[in-house]
Structures are given as structure tokens and as C-alpha cells.
Design a binder for this molecule. Structure first.
Ligand code: ZN
Length: 505
């Protein structure tokens, strides 16, 4: 074996293009900013991992693990190189080795030049984070479950992190595999942190420099030592030579995603409530700046339907279909007095098949959903989508009159048009044991969406959130990817019958 002593240093940047939450496992508070008014104390917020400067960071081990998983899924034929770069899978093996790469913890660098914090709920410049509040939606009643509001700290889109990876005794082809893996960030195949199925944790990767030192460089340096040390001494900048080396590497596994472009045209007021607005703020004319309900907006200030909201509404409708076609056993409930108790977490992929049909298709703890929604964002339209205000009077259910002091108002977007995508990971559906009947369930739920049976956002009972739907897809692609379309519906019924008998017996 020849000794090829060399050292590499790869530097680049990762910039968030969607919200990022790598949890610290701890809760934080924002004293005075987010209070539980009833209990008069600060609300507990799920915090992001922070470094010694109290700034968010990307743990090196997380990046390493996710890059490795991506390579194992797409470059099986390079498994020897993957083990050389990241370490042997089984350290007990005779020829096992530690990984040749060192992933440094990644520090935050800066805000991107176009970054604008104006519309980020509870933005804190010192921490570079915002806070999102989500209501736990009761899946049966479709209402926000009482008191189940939870808060999550996140790094918004437009924050840049400085990545440093070093390694030793690697040849150019191994570096090419590493650069290929890093390029996976740009195709959103590699993500970091929580809520991946909601489009969180996506980045733009940019390679800055590839520096290289070998024995010859060290000898040269010993002969004529200069002031510089480390990579700056006589290290060779190989950035230009190697920056495109990964471009010719193709993934060996074909993607099996089915992506639908969905346009929602609201024919009613629409809003998803942003709880972070200061309701007491008045403008120059003494008018309230924000209504008691105010729509969540994106970084451009345009109304938005977050992926989490459409996922919740879509799942809830799918569960209704399951219980109609099957029975109370066909989808678990999230309370204990139900026909079928909430499915427990799964730790092994094959265990997913034992959960209820809804959890197989829409995910549960330990199993990311095969269905991914993007945020649905505003399509430019001069006439529509303007923010307007409506007054409400809460009616006292006992007297039938207006309840005292129970007036409230809502700022809503007037009939906006929003668009986004839903992609279905067919391989993952197959792993869940749901390839055929799962597609049947998704098709029936999409039909209900197109029929206007699913309302989105706040105030379904007040006539808010109703829309018509247009779905764009490539028919040839659809036929190619989905053979056996005809059998879906029958398979769904068959599956539900089998599930029920298994559960009852
Ligand atoms: Zn379940």
C-alpha cells in the first residue's frame, strides 16, 4: 500500500431557503414577548441548537449523517468510497476504517444581502431566529384543540452558514463524491432538521475553495519556511480545477416522485392567523394596525398558506374518507376513548405497515410522510388578494344576542390565488405498504379538494377558506410512474376490510 499523505480543506456556504429547525431538545422563552396571558407566565418555545455565541449553528455530525444517507440512497455502487469518506458502517468488520473526513460544526456567517426580517414573526436580530406558533388541529373536529398551541423557534430563509470540511489521504475521485453529495443540497435532496415533509430545512450550497496539501508541499515549506502556517503556507488552491468535478456524476437510482402543481383560487376571504402581530398597535389615524386575526404572510409580505396547514386539512379529509369507506378502525384518533387509539411511534421502517392507513400515508412519529407539500404562495393579481377588514360579533349562545365585549375583527386576503406543489414519493409509499391503495386514497382526497369540499385556513364556519382547485401534471409521466391506476380504488376497499378484520380479531 502506498502512502499518499495529503490533507484537504473544503470551504463553502449553506444559505437557508426555507425555515430551519435543528432542535436543541430544550425550551426557551421570550420574556415579555410571548406570554400565556391566562397563566401570566412566559410560554415555553422549542429552541434551536445554538453555539457558545448563542447563535444557531449546524452540528457537523448532522451534516455528516444526512450527506451519508443521501449517498447511500443514490450511489450504492460507490459504497467503498462512501465508507472511506464517512467511516465503516460496521466497526467490527476486519477491514473497517474511521471516516477520512472531519465535519466541523458550522457557524452562522451572515444574513444574505436580500434578507428582510420585516415579516418574520417574533424576529430577534441577536438570535437570528423567528418563532412560529402552530395550533394542534383536532383531526376529528377540525378545530384548534383547546390550549394546544405550540411554539417553535426557527432560522428563517436567507441566513448563511460557513461550512468547513477537512479530510486526509483522499484522491480526487473521493473528493468528487463528497462534492456530489454537497450538491444534493441544491436539488433539495439533502435537507437538515425538522419538518422536511413541510419543505423545511432546505439550503443553497455554494463551494468557495478546495485547498490541498501533500508531502511535496510540506517539503517545499521546510526548505523555505515562510511566515504562513496551516493551509495558507504552501497549500494548493485547487478550486478552479475541481469545482465542476462532481457535475458529471449522475444519481444511480431514478427519482420516483410524482409532483403535482396545484393552484387554489379562493372565492371567499382567506387567512391563516399570524398570532405574532401586536393587536394594540395603532396607525396615525388611531385605527388598529392589525386585526384580531391577521393573515400570515411570506417574506415579500404576501399572504401564504403554509405547507403544514394544507397538509393538516388534506389529512383530515383523507381520514374522513377512510372512516366512511371503512369504519372507526380505519384511521386512528388522537384521543384514548376512540375506536382506534393513536398509533405509537415507529422505530423500524417495516413497522409502519402495522400503523393505521392514515399514518402510513401521512406519517407519524418516526415515519416521515411520503407526501410533501410546499408552502402555497400568492400569484400576482392586481384585483384580488388585497387585505381587507371584517367586523364580527360573537353571538351569546344563551341569549342569542351579541355577547358583551365579544366583538372582534379579522383582516383577510380577498379571494387570493395561491399556488404550490404536492409531491408523492412512490418508493416511500411502497415501503409503507401503501403503494396501490395509498394512491387511491390520495386520488379520492384530491377529488374532494377539486370539488371544493376542503376549506383551508381560518373560519370555515364563517364562510372563509373555500376555493376551487386546478391541478397540473404530465399525463405521460403519470401513466409511466403509476401503472395499475385502475386497481387503486378496489385495493383501498380491500385494504380497509383487511385492516378492520385484523384489528377486531
Ligand atoms: Zn394512525
Amino acid at each position: 500500500m502506498s502512502i499518499k499523505l495529503n490533507r484537504w480543506r473544503i470551504e463553502g456556504t449553506l444559505t437557508t431557503i426555507s425555515p430551519l429547525h435543528i432542535g436543541s431538545g430544550d425550551t426557551v422563552t421570550r420574556p415579555g414577548q410571548i406570554m400565556d396571558k391566562k397563566e401570566e407566565k412566559d410560554v415555553e418555545i422549542a429552541g434551536v441548537a445554538t453555539d457558545c455565541n448563542s447563535k444557531p449553528y449546524l452540528p457537523g455530525a448532522t451534516i455528516k449523517g444526512n450527506l451519508r444517507t443521501y449517498l447511500e440512497q443514490t450511489k450504492q455502487e460507490d459504497i467503498k468510497t462512501i465508507e472511506k469518506l464517512f467511516g465503516s458502517l460496521n466497526p467490527q468488520d476486519e477491514d473497517s476504517c474511521g471516516g477520512a473526513l472531519e465535519f466541523w460544526n458550522v457557524k452562522v456567517q451572515d444574513k444574505s444581502p436580500t434578507f428582510d426580517s420585516q415579516h418574520i414573526p417574533y424576529w430577534k436580530d441577536d438570535f437570528l431566529t423567528g418563532i412560529t406558533a402552530s395550533a394542534v388541529i383536532d383531526r376529528q373536529t377540525r378545530t384548534a384543540a383547546d390550549k394546544k398551541l405550540f411554539y417553535t423557534e426557527y432560522v428563517p430563509a436567507g441566513i448563511t452558514f460557513k461550512v468547513v470540511i477537512t479530510g486526509q489521504d483522499l484522491d480526487d475521485s473521493a473528493i468528487a463524491v463528497l462534492l456530489y453529495a454537497l450538491n444534493g443540497f441544491n436539488t433539495k435532496k439533502v435537507t437538515l432538521g425538522a419538518s422536511e415533509a413541510d419543505g423545511w430545512g432546505e439550503f443553497e450550497w455554494e463551494l468557495d475553495t478546495v485547498t490541498y496539501i501533500d508531502l511535496k508541499h510540506i517539503e517545499d515549506w521546510i526548505k523555505s519556511p515562510g511566515e504562513l502556517v496551516g493551509y495558507n503556507m504552501t497549500g494548493l488552491d485547487r478550486t478552479n480545477e475541481l469545482k465542476n468535478i462532481a457535475d458529471d456524476i449522475k444519481t444511480s437510482t431514478l427519482d420516483n416522485f410524482l409532483t403535482l402543481e396545484i393552484t387554489l383560487t379562493f372565492n371567499s376571504p382567506f387567512l391563516v392567523n399570524d398570532t405574532s402581530r401586536d393587536r394594540d398597535l395603532k396607525d396615525a389615524n388611531g385605527r388598529k394596525e392589525f386585526g384580531d386575526h391577521y393573515p400570515l404572510v411570506d417574506t415579500k409580505g404576501k399572504v401564504i398558506l403554509p405547507s403544514k396547514s394544507i397538509r393538516g386539512a388534506f389529512r383530515s379529509q383523507a381520514e374522513k374518507i377512510l372512516r366512511t369507506l371503512g369504519n372507526g378502525q380505519s384511521a386512528c384518533f388522537d384521543h384514548d376513548k376512540a375506536d382506534r387509539k393513536a398509533c405509537g411511534s415507529v422505530y423500524k421502517a417495516y413497522k409502519v405497515k402495522e400503523s393505521c392507513p392514515a399514518c402510513q400515508v401521512f406519517g407519524l412519529s418516526g415515519w416521515r410522510s411520503p407526501i410533501k407539500f410546499s408552502d402555497f404562495t400568492f400569484i400576482q393579481n392586481e384585483e384580488k388578494g388585497k387585505i381587507k377588514r371584517q367586523q364580527f360579533v360573537a353571538i351569546d349562545r344563551f341569549t342569542g344576542g351579541g355577547a358583551e365585549g365579544a366583538k372582534f375583527d379579522a383582516d383577510y386576503a380577498d379571494r387570493p390565488k395561491l399556488s404550490g406543489t404536492m409531491s408523492i414519493d412512490i418508493d416511500r409509499l411502497r415501503t409503507a405498504g401503501a403503494e396501490d391503495w395509498g394512491l387511491g386514497l390520495i386520488a379520492l382526497t384530491l377529488r374532494d379538494l377539486m370539488d371544493g369540499d376542503i376549506t383551508l385556513g381560518f373560519g370555515a364556519s364563517k364562510g372563509y377558506g373555500s376555493c376551487t382547485t386546478e391541478i397540473k401534471y404530465n399525463l405521460d409521466e403519470l401513466k409511466n410512474k403509476l401503472n395499475g391506476m385502475r386497481g387503486w380504488h378496489e385495493n383501498l376497499i380491500k385494504h380497509l376490510t383487511a385492516q378492520s378484520s385484523r384489528r377486531i380479531s
